[in-house]
Design a binder for this molecule. Structure first.
Ligand code: MG
Length: 455
């Protein structure tokens, strides 16, 4: 059977892979999965094709007797929160997150606000490919789509319940917000207003073409924004991805910090704030600095396969969960919801700074310093798998994490070697506390790779 769902929903270029025809059929399959009488909330981000896809999906849903409510333009975590607290059986978000502007996507959310598990995606795919859709009889077709008003305000108020509003207000912070011309502007600006935070907005107008920067927040895409953070003397800056579930922070010195670094200081803050230890879930691609930094606070790190949906579902089962994150800036605070949430992360960062005398740059300087290296080697998947096996054997006396490729943990250094899930390459990520250590480790691993390829 072919697959529709990738690691994060159905994705494709609008009117090339992601056509109205596909959206309509998927709407029918999703409606058949939830069943007649189910109540679903639908929303979209700013992307081209969003409105077109929304109407096609809604048509499919209505024909299966599903009741549809429309939340309008919303960040993904905002739709998820409204599904969770509302009386909904689930929902559909139309977004391609951080992908280039020509892409759009469709993801299905369960009644708890979390993306449906893999098994449920498979079930929808089976209904889709086997044509087992269940249109209802003519008089049971739902003939109305209701508005779901105030989704953004409900979501922002939900965030405020978890933070010390007055403490933040008293500080009168000044920050730079860069929502990449997409829906993050709707929630972050309202949040800032309610917290007495002065904001300078960069790329703040909604624009489907993403004219300001690419929708993925990275060191290079946030370069100009980082300059602005420095020039306006802001306390910090934050850049969201296209659907505002990921937040990347820029400190007062204009340095862009990757998500595992901001997660480290946020996890420590949450452990202190909630006065408990607990577990933190993250993908194997995150830095081991998180373990080193959080160990003294009794926080345990659980390493997972890369991918936020699996991380969220594992967190749901853990009563001792503190939080979860991805190194790309997706941070999950379960007290609010078990999903990546850009505005919640921003609110936590503001609260953290409100209980600190130090600047954000000083807090980042306190983290263990590692030199990173990221590279990839073109290689057939079967060779990549052989390389992983050879490395497991070669380093069997060391601490290994083998849930997704192999991550070798050494004193003051680590290296992750994994076959890509989307292209024929072997991905390598490594970090060490010195250039020499980094070079030694990478050279050692590369010699094992060469041995395997020569065989
Ligand atoms: Mg996203």
């Amino acid at each position: 059977m072919s697959r529709l769902f990738g690691t994060d929903g159905v994705r494709g270029v609008v009117n090339r892979e992601l056509t109205v025809d596909l959206a309509l059929k998927l709407g029918l399959a999703i409606g058949s999965y939830f069943g007649e009488g189910a109540k679903l909330l639908i929303g979209r981000d700013v992307r081209f094709g969003g409105e077109m896809l929304k109407h096609a999906i809604i048509a499919g849903l209505l024909s299966t007797g599903v009741r549809v409510y429309d939340a309008g333009l919303v960040p993904t975590p905002c739709l998820q929160y409204n599904i969770k607290v509302g009386d909904y059986d689930g929902g559909v978000m139309i977004t391609a997150s951080h992908n280039p502007p020509e892409y759009n996507g469709i993801k299905v959310i369960g009644s708890n606000g979390v993306e449906i598990p893999r098994e449920a995606e498979k079930e929808i795919e089976e209904i889709f490919f086997e044509g087992r859709v269940k249109p209802v009889t003519w008089s049971s077709v739902v003939n109305e789509v209701h508005k779901h008003p105030n989704a953004i305000e409900m979501y922002v108020n939900g965030i405020l319940e978890h933070i010390d509003v007055n403490k933040i207000k008293a500080k009168r912070f000044s920050i730079v917000v860069d929502p990449a011309n997409s829906v993050g502007t709707l929630s972050a600006t309202l949040l800032a207003r309610k917290l007495n935070v002065r904001i300078v907005t960069v790329n703040g107008n909604l624009d489907s073409a993403f004219p300001g920067r690419e929708p993925e927040p990275t060191v290079s895409s946030l370069k100009e924004t980082a300059e602005i953070v420095k020039s306006v003397n802001a306390n910090f800056g934050v850049g969201f991805d296209g659907d505002a579930d990921r937040a990347i922070f820029i400190d007062d010195k204009g340095r862009v910090h990757w998500g595992d670094r901001s997660a480290a200081i946020l996890c420590k803050f949450i452990a202190e704030k909630e006065k408990r230890k607990g577990r933190v879930y993250t993908g194997v691609s995150s830095s081991i600095l998180i373990e080193e930094y959080l160990k003294p606070y009794g926080v345990e790190i659980v390493w997972m396969k890369v991918g936020s949906v699996d991380i969220a579902h594992a967190m749901l089962k853990d009563p001792n969960i503190l939080c979860g994150f991805e190194e790309n800036g997706g941070f999950m605070y379960p007290k609010h919801q078990y999903v990546r949430d850009g505005s919640m992360t921003l609110a936590l960062m503001l609260e953290l700074l409100s209980s600190e005398r130090r600047k954000l740059s000083e807090l980042f300087d306190e983290l263990p310093q590692y030199i990173p290296l990221k590279t990839k080697i073109p290689m057939k998947r079967e060779d990549a798998l052989k390389v992983v096996e050879a490395l497991k054997e070669r380093y069997k006396n060391y601490r290994l994490i083998t849930i997704d490729g192999v991550k070798i943990m050494l004193e003051d250094s680590w290296i992750l070697v994994r076959p890509s899930g989307t292209e024929p390459v072997l991905r390598i990520m490594a970090e060490a506390k010195s250039e020499e250590k980094l070079k030694k480790l990478v050279d050692e691993v590369k010699s094992v790779i060469n041995e395997v390829l020569l065989k």
